[in-house]
Design a protein around this ligand. Structure first.
Ligand code: C2E
Ligand code: MG
Ligand code: MG
Length: 626
């Protein structure tokens, strides 16, 4: 049983009603539950006047049904009701998901046994004691409504925030995927790139470790002298060619189940991952098919282009721990395939690695050696074979290695040539040679005809600033240019005729002599040679060495000497080791010679002292008497 106490006049109520009308939200719905019709009526009017929609229930079951049906924003619930009291109604509402959250203000008569603590324990949001003051009811209702509004706003904000986070996450995912695609794809060919290949290979390796199997292999491929295509036909055609190669490889990969991935690593380097392969023969067959496929010419912008590929192959044994190691070895095998022309593909062997490590060490050593100026010049006399007089020296480089001792050029010159060190080495050699000439000249007057020959590597000769370099050194050391002779090999001379022609003529204009070294071992076009300003041919040691007293042992040496004479060039015979060779050469009219018979190459200071001695007189007599 409930009742209502009317504590004021009707006009009080109406003034309270009208003063609050603006602040309510018309969508707010309030369920008023009271078994006393008067209370229901007054409360409803009070709340409706505030702008709320009001539902009325006169008992618990009706209240639950209405709450379920309309899900009001707030419930005013009388506690003392017959049949089902307010606590029970509250309990049931709390047990239903759609009504559990609705705030409830309990209405309780002051004289009824009302336990505030119990009310809150049942889930009351607030309570109002009867007889109630309309202002208090409204204040408490409004307070709850404000709380609800704030809650809704909070929820709305949360929803918006969530959707914004979701949107951002999607955008980020999209960007991430795009970035990932860019990061994993080669832009030119659209093939996977190195990173992508390494990821895939690492997965395959991990899988094979788990399964304790080894049924995969890596092929590394590139094209011989691809740079030439770029240089001669331009990068656009070069790019088209790479795309064409990628298309052929991708097509082959689609047709061949064993090819797990084809990737481009950059430049003209491609890699293939083969998985689920039975044996090495399968790998070789795939390599052969690839080579055959790529040997078909490409038609690009009216050019028929043929390329030659080399392939390095490595079998994925469980001993490999990192994908990069497999790639390193496949790369190494590919270089081996390039070096040995027998087959354009090659398996990796473990000795290749130690060879590569040695090369790497040499590279580091060499760089340091250039920085620390560990290279020295030794000088071998060049002798006038008629007068038995030293007319010059050949400067021969030596590496004074901190641990290995004296290293000879045959052990490092080709390495220096292949690895781009020969330019700096050559510059240092030229500098040292000119400095020595200047020093010797300062100590005592040098014979006017004495010259020093310096070996020049092909790559060195083709440097665009070679003339400027030489001039600068001559100027800095103050030597007379005619003291300097450059020894060029036939290979240098034939490498770039136009450029060499220009350089040689410029050298001649500057009074710098040029000799052709190791003559007879290259492929000089003699008619071309004839047009060049070359002052001397050096007969290679391999022609001098076989010379005996037999006429048949002379080989082509007489021919070279005659030819040089015809072309008004000097001749120097290299590698004279014994008297027989000397005599034969003298008879043939060979003007100059060098060799161990006279003197091995000596350090600079010892070479200088030779100039002061009445040199070679001992066996010049012997020669004359022979
Ligand atoms: P090369 O220019 O033909 O030099 C002659 C080589 O033959 C020298 O070897 C010399 O010591 C050696 N030789 C001289 N007489 C005899 C002999 O009677 N018997 C034998 N068996 N050998 C003799 P080296 O000093 O070991 O130089 C080898 C090659 O290294 C040179 O051949 C030259 O091609 C190259 N080289 C030396 N110094 C330089 C340099 O400063 N720059 C460049 N680019 N190459 C150099
Ligand atoms: Mg030489
Ligand atoms: Mg030589």
């Amino acid at each position: 049983m409930s009742w209502i106490f009317w504590g004021g006049t009707l006009s009080d109520i109406s003034s309270t009603l009208s003063s609050n009308i603006d602040s309510t939200d018309s969508s707010d719905r309030i369920l008023v539950v009271d078994d006393t019709p008067t209370n229901l009526f007054i409360l409803s009017k009070l709340l409706e006047a505030e702008g709320y929609q009001v539902d009325q229930a006169k008992d618990g079951p009706a209240a639950i049904a209405l709450a379920q049906a309309h899900e009001p924003t707030l419930i005013l619930l009388d506690i003392m009701m017959p049949q089902m009291n307010g606590y029970e109604v509250c309990r049931q509402l709390r047990s239903q998901p759609n009504t559990a959250h609705i705030p409830i203000i309990f209405l309780s008569s002051l004289d009824a046994p009302f336990d505030k603590v119990q009310a809150f324990e049942h889930g009351a949001a607030d309570y109002v004691a009867k007889p109630f003051q309309p202002e208090e009811v409204l204040a408490r209702v409004r307070h709850q409504m404000d709380l609800q509004a704030a809650k809704r706003q909070q929820q709305q904000l949360n929803i918006e925030l969530e959707s914004r986070v979701k949107e951002r996450t999607q955008l980020l995912e999209l960007a991430h995927n795009q970035l990932l695609e860019v990061a994993l794809t080669d832009r030119l060919t659209r093939l996977p790139n190195r990173l992508s290949f390494v990821k895939r290979l690492s997965r395959v390796m991990a899988q094979s470790q788990i399964e304790a199997t080894d049924s995969f292999a890596v092929l590394f491929l590139d094209f011989d002298r691809f740079k030439r295509i770029n240089d001669s036909l331009g990068h656009r055609i070069g790019d088209q060619l790479l795309r064409g190669v990628a298309r052929r490889l991708a097509q082959m990969s689609a047709d061949c189940a064993a090819i797990d991935m084809v990737a481009r690593f950059g430049g003209d380097e491609f890699a293939l991952l083969l998985t689920d392969i039975a044996d090495r023969l399968t790998v070789v067959k795939i390599a052969e098919t690839i080579l055959q496929l790529l040997s078909q010419p490409f038609w690009l912008a009216d050019h028929e282009i043929s390329v030659k590929a080399s392939i390095g192959m490595v079998w994925g044994t469980p001993s490999y721990v990192a994908a990069e190691h497999l790639l390193r070895d496949a790369d190494m095998a590919m270089y081996r395939a390039k070096e040995c022309s027998r087959l354009p593909y090659c398996w990796f062997e473990s000795d290749m690695y130690s060879h590569a490590v040695q090369l790497l060490e040499l590279e580091t050593d060499f760089r340091l050696a250039l920085d620390r100026r560990e290279f020295e010049l030794y000088y071998q006399p060049i002798v006038d074979l008629e007068r038995m007089k030293i007319v010059g020296f050949e400067a021969l480089v030596r590496w004074q290695h901190p641990t290995k001792g004296l290293v000879f050029p045959n052990d490092f010159i080709s390495f220096a040539e292949e690895n781009g060190f020969v330019m700096e080495l050559g510059r240092q050699v030229l500098e040292m040679a000119c400095q020595h000439i200047a020093d010797w000249d300062r100590i005592g007057r040098l014979d006017p005809e004495l010259s020093v020959s310096v070996n020049i590597a092909p790559e060195q000769l083709l440097q665009p600033d070679i003339l400027a370099q030489i001039e600068k050194i001559i100027h800095a050391t103050g030597i007379s240019p005619h003291r300097l002779r450059l020894e060029l090999t036939e290979r240098s001379i034939m490498s770039n005729r136009k450029l060499v022609d220009e350089v040689l003529h410029s050298l001649r204009r500057r009074d710098i002599q040029v000799s052709i070294d190791d003559f007879g071992t290259g492929y000089s076009a003699l008619n071309y040679l004839h047009t060049l300003p070359v002052s001397c041919l050096k007969v290679d040691r391999s022609f001098v060495q076989p010379i005996t007293s037999e006429a048949s042992s002379l080989g082509i040496v007489p021919l070279i000497i005659n030819m040089a004479e015809t072309m008004r060039m000097g001749v120097i015979a290299e590698g004279i080791e014994n008297m027989t060779q000397l005599r034969q050469l003298q008879k043939l009219g060979c003007k100059h010679g060098q060799g161990f018979l006279f003197q091995e190459a000596l350090p600079a200071n010892q070479a200088r002292s030779l100039l002061n001695q009445p040199f070679l007189s001992d066996w010049s007599t012997e020669t004359v008497s022979a």
